[in-house]
Design a protein around this ligand. Structure first.
Ligand SMILES: [Zn+2]
Length: 468
Protein backbone atom coordinates (compact mmCIF):
# COMPACT_ATOMS: atom_id res chain seq x y z
CA UNK A 1 0.00 0.00 0.00
CA UNK A 2 1.68 3.20 -1.15
CA UNK A 3 2.13 6.06 1.29
CA UNK A 4 2.37 9.60 -0.07
CA UNK A 5 2.94 12.69 2.02
CA UNK A 6 2.05 16.11 0.60
CA UNK A 7 4.16 18.45 2.62
CA UNK A 8 4.09 22.14 3.42
CA UNK A 9 1.12 23.37 1.36
CA UNK A 10 -1.89 25.45 2.30
CA UNK A 11 -4.78 22.97 2.39
CA UNK A 12 -7.89 24.77 1.17
CA UNK A 13 -11.33 23.18 1.45
CA UNK A 14 -14.79 24.73 1.43
CA UNK A 15 -14.58 24.92 5.21
CA UNK A 16 -10.94 25.59 6.14
CA UNK A 17 -7.56 26.96 5.12
CA UNK A 18 -4.80 25.27 7.11
CA UNK A 19 -1.05 24.79 6.76
CA UNK A 20 -1.00 21.03 7.02
CA UNK A 21 0.80 17.96 5.77
CA UNK A 22 -1.47 15.36 4.20
CA UNK A 23 -0.96 11.62 4.46
CA UNK A 24 -2.34 9.51 1.62
CA UNK A 25 -2.59 5.75 2.08
CA UNK A 26 -4.20 3.21 -0.22
CA UNK A 27 -5.72 5.88 -2.41
CA UNK A 28 -7.43 7.72 0.40
CA UNK A 29 -6.66 10.62 2.67
CA UNK A 30 -5.51 8.99 5.92
CA UNK A 31 -4.77 12.04 8.05
CA UNK A 32 -3.81 15.70 8.21
CA UNK A 33 -1.33 17.09 10.72
CA UNK A 34 0.26 20.47 11.39
CA UNK A 35 3.11 21.10 9.00
CA UNK A 36 6.34 19.59 10.31
CA UNK A 37 4.73 18.42 13.56
CA UNK A 38 6.07 15.19 15.08
CA UNK A 39 3.41 12.96 13.48
CA UNK A 40 3.95 14.63 10.10
CA UNK A 41 7.72 14.08 10.31
CA UNK A 42 7.08 10.45 11.14
CA UNK A 43 4.98 10.04 8.00
CA UNK A 44 7.64 11.69 5.88
CA UNK A 45 10.30 9.31 7.17
CA UNK A 46 8.28 6.24 6.12
CA UNK A 47 6.66 7.57 2.92
CA UNK A 48 7.13 6.06 -0.52
CA UNK A 49 6.93 9.55 -1.90
CA UNK A 50 6.98 13.07 -0.52
CA UNK A 51 5.45 15.81 -2.63
CA UNK A 52 6.78 19.25 -1.78
CA UNK A 53 3.88 21.70 -1.75
CA UNK A 54 5.57 24.65 -0.03
CA UNK A 55 4.13 27.88 -1.45
CA UNK A 56 1.35 25.92 -3.16
CA UNK A 57 -2.31 25.22 -2.47
CA UNK A 58 -3.41 21.67 -1.75
CA UNK A 59 -7.02 21.49 -2.90
CA UNK A 60 -9.62 18.80 -3.58
CA UNK A 61 -9.85 17.77 -7.22
CA UNK A 62 -12.56 19.60 -9.09
CA UNK A 63 -15.98 18.03 -9.56
CA UNK A 64 -17.50 19.06 -12.89
CA UNK A 65 -21.15 18.03 -12.71
CA UNK A 66 -22.08 18.99 -16.26
CA UNK A 67 -20.21 17.56 -19.27
CA UNK A 68 -21.23 16.13 -22.64
CA UNK A 69 -18.52 13.89 -24.05
CA UNK A 70 -19.35 12.56 -27.55
CA UNK A 71 -22.84 14.05 -27.38
CA UNK A 72 -24.77 13.67 -30.64
CA UNK A 73 -26.19 17.10 -31.49
CA UNK A 74 -27.42 18.69 -34.72
CA UNK A 75 -26.12 15.91 -36.96
CA UNK A 76 -22.64 15.78 -35.44
CA UNK A 77 -20.90 14.72 -32.19
CA UNK A 78 -19.19 16.71 -29.45
CA UNK A 79 -15.51 16.42 -30.35
CA UNK A 80 -14.10 15.19 -27.03
CA UNK A 81 -14.30 11.47 -26.34
CA UNK A 82 -14.28 10.24 -22.75
CA UNK A 83 -10.57 9.60 -23.25
CA UNK A 84 -9.58 13.04 -24.53
CA UNK A 85 -12.10 14.90 -22.40
CA UNK A 86 -11.16 13.34 -19.08
CA UNK A 87 -7.46 13.77 -19.81
CA UNK A 88 -8.07 17.47 -20.48
CA UNK A 89 -10.14 17.68 -17.30
CA UNK A 90 -7.22 16.29 -15.30
CA UNK A 91 -4.86 18.85 -16.86
CA UNK A 92 -7.21 21.49 -15.52
CA UNK A 93 -7.42 20.06 -11.99
CA UNK A 94 -10.77 18.28 -12.30
CA UNK A 95 -10.82 14.70 -11.00
CA UNK A 96 -14.50 13.79 -11.30
CA UNK A 97 -17.03 14.47 -14.04
CA UNK A 98 -20.71 13.71 -14.11
CA UNK A 99 -21.71 13.31 -17.77
CA UNK A 100 -25.19 13.17 -19.27
CA UNK A 101 -26.32 9.83 -20.64
CA UNK A 102 -29.03 10.41 -23.24
CA UNK A 103 -32.32 8.59 -23.62
CA UNK A 104 -33.54 8.77 -27.21
CA UNK A 105 -37.28 9.16 -27.72
CA UNK A 106 -38.92 5.73 -27.93
CA UNK A 107 -36.03 3.95 -26.21
CA UNK A 108 -35.81 2.84 -22.59
CA UNK A 109 -33.55 4.75 -20.21
CA UNK A 110 -31.50 1.57 -19.86
CA UNK A 111 -30.51 1.60 -23.54
CA UNK A 112 -29.20 5.16 -23.25
CA UNK A 113 -27.33 4.39 -20.06
CA UNK A 114 -25.76 1.26 -21.58
CA UNK A 115 -24.59 3.32 -24.56
CA UNK A 116 -22.90 5.83 -22.24
CA UNK A 117 -21.26 3.09 -20.19
CA UNK A 118 -19.88 1.62 -23.40
CA UNK A 119 -18.47 4.99 -24.47
CA UNK A 120 -16.77 5.63 -21.12
CA UNK A 121 -15.70 2.15 -20.05
CA UNK A 122 -11.90 1.78 -19.88
CA UNK A 123 -11.44 5.22 -21.47
CA UNK A 124 -11.35 7.66 -18.59
CA UNK A 125 -8.33 9.18 -16.86
CA UNK A 126 -10.43 10.30 -13.87
CA UNK A 127 -13.54 9.05 -12.07
CA UNK A 128 -16.95 9.64 -13.59
CA UNK A 129 -20.65 9.27 -12.93
CA UNK A 130 -23.78 9.77 -15.01
CA UNK A 131 -26.93 11.83 -14.97
CA UNK A 132 -29.75 10.65 -17.23
CA UNK A 133 -31.36 12.88 -19.84
CA UNK A 134 -35.05 12.02 -19.81
CA UNK A 135 -36.41 12.76 -23.31
CA UNK A 136 -39.52 10.59 -23.18
CA UNK A 137 -41.53 10.62 -19.96
CA UNK A 138 -44.03 7.74 -19.92
CA UNK A 139 -45.19 4.99 -17.54
CA UNK A 140 -42.25 2.74 -18.39
CA UNK A 141 -39.56 5.37 -18.08
CA UNK A 142 -41.04 6.66 -14.82
CA UNK A 143 -40.65 3.15 -13.39
CA UNK A 144 -37.12 2.95 -14.74
CA UNK A 145 -36.25 6.13 -12.83
CA UNK A 146 -36.69 4.23 -9.55
CA UNK A 147 -34.27 1.52 -10.66
CA UNK A 148 -31.67 4.01 -11.85
CA UNK A 149 -31.76 5.89 -8.54
CA UNK A 150 -31.06 2.59 -6.76
CA UNK A 151 -28.11 2.01 -9.09
CA UNK A 152 -26.52 5.39 -8.47
CA UNK A 153 -27.87 7.43 -11.37
CA UNK A 154 -29.69 9.82 -9.08
CA UNK A 155 -30.40 12.86 -11.24
CA UNK A 156 -32.53 13.38 -14.33
CA UNK A 157 -32.35 16.24 -16.77
CA UNK A 158 -35.43 17.51 -18.54
CA UNK A 159 -35.69 20.14 -21.26
CA UNK A 160 -38.19 22.95 -21.68
CA UNK A 161 -36.22 23.76 -24.86
CA UNK A 162 -35.50 21.89 -28.12
CA UNK A 163 -39.05 20.88 -29.22
CA UNK A 164 -38.97 17.65 -31.21
CA UNK A 165 -35.65 16.52 -29.69
CA UNK A 166 -35.32 16.62 -25.90
CA UNK A 167 -38.39 18.75 -25.10
CA UNK A 168 -40.93 17.75 -22.45
CA UNK A 169 -44.23 19.56 -21.96
CA UNK A 170 -45.36 20.76 -18.54
CA UNK A 171 -47.45 17.63 -17.87
CA UNK A 172 -44.51 15.32 -18.50
CA UNK A 173 -42.25 17.52 -16.44
CA UNK A 174 -44.72 17.44 -13.56
CA UNK A 175 -44.93 13.64 -13.70
CA UNK A 176 -41.15 13.27 -13.63
CA UNK A 177 -40.94 15.70 -10.71
CA UNK A 178 -43.59 13.76 -8.77
CA UNK A 179 -41.60 10.58 -9.33
CA UNK A 180 -38.40 12.31 -8.24
CA UNK A 181 -40.15 13.53 -5.09
CA UNK A 182 -40.88 9.85 -4.31
CA UNK A 183 -37.64 8.13 -5.28
CA UNK A 184 -35.12 10.82 -4.33
CA UNK A 185 -34.03 11.56 -7.89
CA UNK A 186 -33.01 15.18 -8.42
CA UNK A 187 -34.65 16.91 -11.39
CA UNK A 188 -32.26 19.09 -13.38
CA UNK A 189 -33.86 21.56 -15.75
CA UNK A 190 -32.80 23.21 -18.98
CA UNK A 191 -35.07 26.20 -18.45
CA UNK A 192 -35.81 28.06 -21.67
CA UNK A 193 -39.19 28.36 -23.37
CA UNK A 194 -38.29 26.41 -26.51
CA UNK A 195 -41.72 26.72 -28.11
CA UNK A 196 -41.56 30.52 -28.08
CA UNK A 197 -37.88 30.53 -29.06
CA UNK A 198 -38.63 28.45 -32.16
CA UNK A 199 -41.13 31.08 -33.32
CA UNK A 200 -38.50 33.82 -32.92
CA UNK A 201 -35.91 31.68 -34.75
CA UNK A 202 -38.26 31.24 -37.70
CA UNK A 203 -39.02 34.97 -37.82
CA UNK A 204 -35.35 35.94 -37.58
CA UNK A 205 -34.30 33.60 -40.38
CA UNK A 206 -37.21 34.78 -42.57
CA UNK A 207 -36.02 38.36 -42.08
CA UNK A 208 -32.46 37.43 -43.14
CA UNK A 209 -30.98 37.67 -39.66
CA UNK A 210 -28.77 34.61 -39.95
CA UNK A 211 -25.52 35.55 -38.13
CA UNK A 212 -24.45 33.88 -34.87
CA UNK A 213 -25.35 36.93 -32.79
CA UNK A 214 -29.05 36.36 -33.49
CA UNK A 215 -28.78 33.09 -31.57
CA UNK A 216 -28.46 35.27 -28.48
CA UNK A 217 -31.30 37.59 -29.44
CA UNK A 218 -33.95 34.93 -30.11
CA UNK A 219 -33.11 33.04 -26.93
CA UNK A 220 -34.41 35.98 -24.95
CA UNK A 221 -33.46 36.44 -21.28
CA UNK A 222 -37.14 36.70 -20.40
CA UNK A 223 -37.80 33.29 -21.96
CA UNK A 224 -35.14 31.84 -19.66
CA UNK A 225 -36.69 33.63 -16.68
CA UNK A 226 -40.22 32.52 -17.62
CA UNK A 227 -39.19 28.88 -17.92
CA UNK A 228 -37.20 29.08 -14.68
CA UNK A 229 -40.26 30.44 -12.90
CA UNK A 230 -42.47 27.72 -14.41
CA UNK A 231 -40.03 24.95 -13.47
CA UNK A 232 -39.83 26.25 -9.90
CA UNK A 233 -43.61 26.31 -9.48
CA UNK A 234 -44.06 22.88 -11.09
CA UNK A 235 -41.47 21.50 -8.67
CA UNK A 236 -43.21 23.20 -5.78
CA UNK A 237 -46.51 21.60 -6.75
CA UNK A 238 -44.82 18.19 -7.12
CA UNK A 239 -42.97 18.62 -3.82
CA UNK A 240 -39.63 17.96 -5.48
CA UNK A 241 -36.28 19.72 -5.33
CA UNK A 242 -35.05 21.41 -8.50
CA UNK A 243 -31.59 22.12 -9.92
CA UNK A 244 -31.55 24.63 -12.77
CA UNK A 245 -28.61 24.08 -15.12
CA UNK A 246 -26.54 26.77 -16.89
CA UNK A 247 -28.30 29.86 -15.53
CA UNK A 248 -27.20 32.87 -17.57
CA UNK A 249 -29.84 35.64 -17.31
CA UNK A 250 -30.07 37.96 -14.34
CA UNK A 251 -33.89 37.66 -14.52
CA UNK A 252 -33.58 33.87 -14.09
CA UNK A 253 -31.28 34.39 -11.10
CA UNK A 254 -34.05 36.60 -9.70
CA UNK A 255 -36.56 33.73 -9.91
CA UNK A 256 -34.17 31.35 -8.15
CA UNK A 257 -33.43 33.91 -5.45
CA UNK A 258 -37.14 34.43 -4.86
CA UNK A 259 -37.75 30.68 -4.56
CA UNK A 260 -34.86 30.24 -2.15
CA UNK A 261 -36.12 33.12 -0.03
CA UNK A 262 -39.36 31.13 0.21
CA UNK A 263 -37.34 28.24 1.62
CA UNK A 264 -37.71 25.97 -1.41
CA UNK A 265 -35.15 23.36 -2.39
CA UNK A 266 -34.28 25.22 -5.59
CA UNK A 267 -30.68 25.34 -6.75
CA UNK A 268 -28.85 27.00 -9.60
CA UNK A 269 -25.71 26.35 -11.58
CA UNK A 270 -23.87 28.76 -13.81
CA UNK A 271 -20.84 28.22 -16.06
CA UNK A 272 -17.57 30.05 -16.71
CA UNK A 273 -18.72 31.20 -20.16
CA UNK A 274 -21.51 33.27 -18.60
CA UNK A 275 -19.10 34.76 -16.07
CA UNK A 276 -16.28 35.64 -18.47
CA UNK A 277 -17.84 35.96 -21.96
CA UNK A 278 -20.76 37.97 -23.33
CA UNK A 279 -22.86 38.83 -26.40
CA UNK A 280 -19.81 40.85 -27.56
CA UNK A 281 -18.19 37.49 -28.36
CA UNK A 282 -21.30 36.26 -30.18
CA UNK A 283 -21.11 39.38 -32.35
CA UNK A 284 -17.50 38.75 -33.47
CA UNK A 285 -17.22 39.16 -37.27
CA UNK A 286 -16.50 36.54 -39.96
CA UNK A 287 -18.67 33.90 -38.32
CA UNK A 288 -16.24 33.81 -35.34
CA UNK A 289 -19.28 34.35 -33.11
CA UNK A 290 -20.24 30.73 -33.81
CA UNK A 291 -17.48 29.67 -31.40
CA UNK A 292 -19.60 31.10 -28.60
CA UNK A 293 -22.98 29.61 -29.53
CA UNK A 294 -24.39 27.65 -26.61
CA UNK A 295 -27.78 27.43 -24.88
CA UNK A 296 -28.70 29.17 -22.69
CA UNK A 297 -26.85 31.84 -24.69
CA UNK A 298 -24.20 34.31 -23.59
CA UNK A 299 -25.79 37.49 -22.24
CA UNK A 300 -24.83 41.18 -22.33
CA UNK A 301 -21.94 41.97 -19.98
CA UNK A 302 -24.11 43.54 -17.28
CA UNK A 303 -25.51 40.10 -16.36
CA UNK A 304 -22.08 39.01 -15.14
CA UNK A 305 -22.13 41.13 -11.98
CA UNK A 306 -25.46 39.59 -10.98
CA UNK A 307 -24.09 36.06 -11.50
CA UNK A 308 -21.00 36.81 -9.39
CA UNK A 309 -23.12 38.29 -6.63
CA UNK A 310 -25.43 35.25 -6.66
CA UNK A 311 -22.38 32.98 -6.37
CA UNK A 312 -21.21 34.95 -3.33
CA UNK A 313 -24.63 34.93 -1.64
CA UNK A 314 -25.32 31.25 -2.44
CA UNK A 315 -28.32 32.05 -4.63
CA UNK A 316 -26.27 30.09 -7.18
CA UNK A 317 -24.42 27.13 -5.68
CA UNK A 318 -22.39 25.44 -8.41
CA UNK A 319 -20.15 26.33 -11.35
CA UNK A 320 -19.98 23.52 -13.94
CA UNK A 321 -18.73 23.78 -17.49
CA UNK A 322 -21.48 22.34 -19.70
CA UNK A 323 -18.41 21.18 -21.66
CA UNK A 324 -19.73 20.35 -25.13
CA UNK A 325 -17.02 21.12 -27.69
CA UNK A 326 -17.50 21.39 -31.44
CA UNK A 327 -14.63 22.27 -33.75
CA UNK A 328 -14.94 25.57 -35.60
CA UNK A 329 -13.85 23.92 -38.84
CA UNK A 330 -16.40 21.43 -40.08
CA UNK A 331 -18.73 21.53 -37.07
CA UNK A 332 -19.59 25.10 -36.05
CA UNK A 333 -19.42 25.84 -39.78
CA UNK A 334 -22.56 23.74 -40.32
CA UNK A 335 -24.41 26.91 -39.34
CA UNK A 336 -22.95 29.35 -41.87
CA UNK A 337 -25.91 31.27 -43.23
CA UNK A 338 -28.27 29.86 -40.57
CA UNK A 339 -27.40 30.38 -36.89
CA UNK A 340 -29.97 27.74 -35.87
CA UNK A 341 -27.77 25.05 -37.46
CA UNK A 342 -24.68 25.91 -35.39
CA UNK A 343 -24.10 23.04 -32.92
CA UNK A 344 -24.74 24.38 -29.41
CA UNK A 345 -21.85 24.10 -27.00
CA UNK A 346 -18.48 25.36 -25.80
CA UNK A 347 -15.29 23.66 -24.67
CA UNK A 348 -14.28 24.35 -21.07
CA UNK A 349 -13.66 21.26 -18.94
CA UNK A 350 -9.94 22.10 -18.78
CA UNK A 351 -10.42 25.80 -17.94
CA UNK A 352 -12.91 25.89 -15.07
CA UNK A 353 -10.66 25.59 -12.03
CA UNK A 354 -8.19 28.14 -13.43
CA UNK A 355 -10.85 30.66 -14.45
CA UNK A 356 -12.41 30.44 -11.00
CA UNK A 357 -9.00 30.90 -9.40
CA UNK A 358 -8.65 34.01 -11.52
CA UNK A 359 -11.97 35.10 -10.01
CA UNK A 360 -10.35 34.73 -6.58
CA UNK A 361 -7.43 36.88 -7.76
CA UNK A 362 -9.88 39.43 -9.19
CA UNK A 363 -11.82 39.58 -5.90
CA UNK A 364 -15.13 38.11 -7.10
CA UNK A 365 -15.06 35.16 -4.68
CA UNK A 366 -12.95 33.96 -1.76
CA UNK A 367 -10.55 31.04 -1.91
CA UNK A 368 -12.84 28.82 0.13
CA UNK A 369 -15.82 29.77 -2.01
CA UNK A 370 -13.78 28.75 -5.09
CA UNK A 371 -13.47 25.26 -3.65
CA UNK A 372 -17.06 25.23 -2.48
CA UNK A 373 -18.65 26.03 -5.85
CA UNK A 374 -16.22 23.91 -7.90
CA UNK A 375 -15.64 20.87 -5.65
CA UNK A 376 -17.60 20.52 -2.42
CA UNK A 377 -21.10 21.62 -3.39
CA UNK A 378 -21.26 19.73 -6.70
CA UNK A 379 -20.15 16.63 -4.74
CA UNK A 380 -22.89 17.20 -2.15
CA UNK A 381 -25.52 18.13 -4.70
CA UNK A 382 -25.01 14.89 -6.61
CA UNK A 383 -24.39 12.46 -3.77
CA UNK A 384 -20.60 12.08 -3.94
CA UNK A 385 -19.61 13.74 -0.66
CA UNK A 386 -17.36 13.31 1.33
CA UNK A 387 -15.66 10.78 -0.93
CA UNK A 388 -15.23 13.58 -3.47
CA UNK A 389 -15.05 17.34 -3.03
CA UNK A 390 -12.96 17.67 0.11
CA UNK A 391 -9.67 16.73 1.77
CA UNK A 392 -10.53 14.91 4.97
CA UNK A 393 -9.70 11.53 6.52
CA UNK A 394 -11.47 8.83 4.53
CA UNK A 395 -11.98 10.91 1.38
CA UNK A 396 -10.63 9.67 -1.92
CA UNK A 397 -7.17 11.15 -2.42
CA UNK A 398 -8.29 13.26 -5.39
CA UNK A 399 -5.91 16.10 -4.71
CA UNK A 400 -4.50 18.97 -6.76
CA UNK A 401 -1.26 20.76 -5.98
CA UNK A 402 -2.00 24.23 -7.31
CA UNK A 403 0.57 26.96 -7.89
CA UNK A 404 -1.28 30.21 -7.14
CA UNK A 405 1.52 32.39 -8.53
CA UNK A 406 2.21 30.74 -11.90
CA UNK A 407 1.20 32.78 -14.94
CA UNK A 408 -0.38 31.22 -18.00
CA UNK A 409 -2.05 32.28 -21.22
CA UNK A 410 -5.00 30.16 -22.33
CA UNK A 411 -4.71 28.97 -25.92
CA UNK A 412 -5.90 26.24 -28.27
CA UNK A 413 -2.23 25.79 -29.14
CA UNK A 414 -1.49 24.48 -25.65
CA UNK A 415 -4.77 23.09 -24.32
CA UNK A 416 -5.55 19.37 -24.25
CA UNK A 417 -9.19 19.35 -25.28
CA UNK A 418 -9.88 17.84 -28.70
CA UNK A 419 -11.15 21.05 -30.27
CA UNK A 420 -9.56 23.53 -32.65
CA UNK A 421 -10.23 26.74 -30.73
CA UNK A 422 -10.35 28.10 -27.20
CA UNK A 423 -13.24 30.23 -26.00
CA UNK A 424 -10.68 32.05 -23.83
CA UNK A 425 -7.87 32.41 -26.40
CA UNK A 426 -5.20 34.81 -25.14
CA UNK A 427 -6.65 35.22 -21.66
CA UNK A 428 -3.98 35.68 -18.98
CA UNK A 429 -4.55 33.69 -15.82
CA UNK A 430 -2.68 33.68 -12.55
CA UNK A 431 -2.53 30.18 -11.10
CA UNK A 432 -1.94 26.76 -12.62
CA UNK A 433 -2.28 23.10 -11.81
CA UNK A 434 1.04 21.45 -11.00
CA UNK A 435 0.23 17.92 -9.86
CA UNK A 436 -3.02 15.93 -9.77
CA UNK A 437 -3.72 12.74 -7.84
CA UNK A 438 -6.75 10.58 -8.54
CA UNK A 439 -7.35 8.12 -5.70
CA UNK A 440 -3.70 8.59 -4.77
CA UNK A 441 -2.36 7.88 -8.27
CA UNK A 442 -0.59 10.69 -10.10
CA UNK A 443 -2.40 11.73 -13.28
CA UNK A 444 -0.51 14.98 -13.79
CA UNK A 445 2.92 15.04 -12.17
CA UNK A 446 4.81 18.35 -12.24
CA UNK A 447 3.06 19.44 -15.47
CA UNK A 448 3.54 16.07 -17.13
CA UNK A 449 0.71 13.69 -18.00
CA UNK A 450 1.34 10.32 -16.36
CA UNK A 451 -2.25 9.05 -16.24
CA UNK A 452 -3.90 6.41 -18.34
CA UNK A 453 -7.20 5.67 -20.00
CA UNK A 454 -9.02 3.21 -17.78
CA UNK A 455 -7.72 4.47 -14.45
CA UNK A 456 -10.95 6.41 -14.00
CA UNK A 457 -13.74 4.38 -12.43
CA UNK A 458 -17.48 4.61 -12.81
CA UNK A 459 -18.75 6.06 -9.55
CA UNK A 460 -22.34 5.37 -8.51
CA UNK A 461 -23.86 8.26 -6.59
CA UNK A 462 -26.14 8.68 -3.61
CA UNK A 463 -29.08 11.05 -3.61
CA UNK A 464 -28.77 14.81 -3.13
CA UNK A 465 -27.02 15.79 0.11
CA UNK A 466 -27.79 19.49 -0.16
CA UNK A 467 -31.48 19.65 0.72
CA UNK A 468 -32.74 22.08 3.34
ZN1 LIG B 1 -25.57 20.70 -21.03
Amino acid sequence: MSRIVIRGGLVVTAAEEVHADVLVEGGRVAALASHDSDPARGWTASADRVIDAIGKYVIPGGVDAHTHMELPFGGTFASDTFETGTRAAAWGGTTTIVDFAVQSVGEPLRAGLDTWHAKADAQCAIDYGFHMILSDVNEDTLKEMDILVEEGVTSFKLFMAYPGVFYSDDGRILRAMQRGADNGGLIMMHAENGIAIDVLVEQALAAGRTDPRYHGEVRHALLEAEATHRAIRLAQVAGSPLYVVHVSAQQAVGQITLARDEGLNVFGETCPQYLFLSTDNLAEPDFEGAKYVCSTPLRPKEHQAVLWRALRTNDLQVVSTDHCPFCFVGQKELGRGDFSKIPNGLPGVENRMDLLHQAVVDGHISRRRWIEIACATPARMFGLYPRKGTIAPGADADIVIYDPDAEQVVSAATHHMNVDYSAYEGKRITGRVETVLSRGEPVIDGREYVGRAGHGQYTPRGTCQYLV
